[in-house]
Design a protein around this ligand. Sequence first.
Ligand code: MG
Length: 219
Amino acid sequence: MEAEEGEVFDIELEQSLLEANRRLAEQNRALLDRYGVKAIDVMGSVGSGKTSLIARMVELLRDRYRIAYIAGDLTTTIDADAIARYGVPVVQINTGKECHLDANLVAKALKRLDLASTDLIFIENVGNLICPAEFPLGSHQRLVVVSITEGPYVVVKHPYIFMEADLAVINKIDLAEAMEVDVDKLEADIRTVNPSLRTVRTCCRTGEGVEEVIKALGL
Ligand code: MG
C-alpha cells in the first residue's frame, strides 16, 4: 500500500518547514557568494566514506584553497576530530535526533567561520540517504557518496537523493568482487534515476579516483 497525499499526519507542517528551509538556504548561498566562498554538501550513509573522501580532498587541495569543514553528526565528534588534524577550521553540529542538516543549522555554523579567510567549505551531512535530499543547505554543489558495501540495491531504494545530487561517488570499489556488487549496474541505476548525474568511482582508502572527484567538482 502507499500513503495517499494528505494522509501523512504532518504534511502541512512539512510543507511550511521545507519552504522555510529553502528561504534560509537562499540566504546562506547569498552570504557565501558575497564572500566568494564555495560550499559543497557531502551526503551519504553512515560508513559510506564521506569523511574519508573529504580528508583525501583536503590533503590534495589545502595548498590551493583556504578550506573549512562543517560536520553534521547526531552525537559524536569523530569526523570533526579527523578533519581537524589537517589544521583546517572545523565547526561541529550535533543534531541530536535529527537525521539531516538543515539550512538554519548551517547558517549558525557559518557565523562561526571567518568567511573572509575561507575559499572552500566541505559540509558533511548526517549519515543518511533519505532525509538530507529534501533539505538544501545553500551549498553550490551536492555530492552523494555510496559505497559498494551498501549492496546492489542502494541506488534503486534511495532514488530521491540521486535526483538532488550534482555528483555521485561510488566508493570502496576495491570491495566490488568480494561483495558481489556489479559497479556497472550501480552506474546504470544512477543514470536511470538521473541521466545527467556524473559518477566517479573511488577507493578512498588508497586515494584512487579522488583527483577525478576534484575535477568533477570544478576545483
Ligand atoms: Mg563521516
